[in-house]
Design a protein around this ligand. Structure first.
Ligand code: E4P
Length: 217
């Protein structure tokens, strides 16, 4: 499973990228607002750090405007993925931009039927939002599993990008189901390294190191 990092925090992207944990980046208008920078400027900086797909989201609602915005965003760098919402106009935009040869990430997906439409429209990525479904007492992971089955049934090439990931457990479940990519905030990716038994084991080892005075260097 590829890891995308869901942030515009340059320091966090750089740290994870240096460790080989970043296959791409996703942003959205709320993440850009949090960065306090212009979408063009911050996206350009992210693309100078990360080689894989960097999603930048359009900000209009009509297809002709979204297409123009998408083409402008795509000028930033070769690895730009134009992110469009899963609306009828977003699907039209997806069709046009993917035919132009650009990568397109269709976002705000909350149903298997929406994912089926995005694949038909030529999306490179479909972004089902797990956490936001869980928030309203639905099962986000069930949606990932449904989309996996449908895409496999018909050999759709659209990659399932599990989004709105809130926990390390979400990462494990997405990987078990076979999501192609998971995008998560830096803190969630880091939390994957945590285990209480690792902490306890290391504490015991360090006590023994101190007791014996062992040194390697
Ligand atoms: C994905 O591309 C979205 O930016 C993101 O995962 C949304 O996550 P949230 O529901 O935690 O805002």
């Amino acid at each position: 499973m590829k890891f995308f990092v869901d942030t515009a925090d340059i320091a966090a992207i750089t740290e994870l990228n240096d460790l080989g944990m970043v296959d791409g980046v996703t942003t959205n208008p709320s993440i850009i607002a949090k960065s306090g920078r212009s979408i063009i400027e911050v996206t350009r900086e992210i693309c100078s750090i990360v080689k894989g797909p960097v999603s930048a989201e359009v900000v209009s609602l009509k297809a002709d405007e979204m297409i123009a915005e998408g083409r402008k965003l795509a000028e930033i760098a070769e690895n730009i993925t134009v992110k469009v919402p899963l609306t009828w106009d977003g699907l039209k935009t997806c069709k046009v931009l993917s035919q132009d040869g650009f990568m397109v990430n269709v976002t705000l997906c909350f149903s298997a039927n929406q994912a089926l439409l995005a694949a038909k429209a030529g999306a490179t990525f479909i972004s089902p939002f797990i956490g936001r479904l869980d928030d309203i007492n639905l099962d986000g992971m069930e949606l990932i599993a449904d989309i996996r089955s449908i895409y496999d049934n018909y050999d759709f090439k659209t990659q399932i990008l599990a989004a709105s990931i809130r926990s390390a457990n979400h990462m494990k479940e997405a990987a078990l189901i076979g999501a192609d990519v998971a995008t998560a905030p830096p803190a969630v990716i880091k939390a994957m390294a945590n285990h209480i038994l690792t902490d306890k084991g290391l504490e015991a080892f360090m006590k023994d190191v101190a007791a014996t005075g062992q040194k390697i260097l």
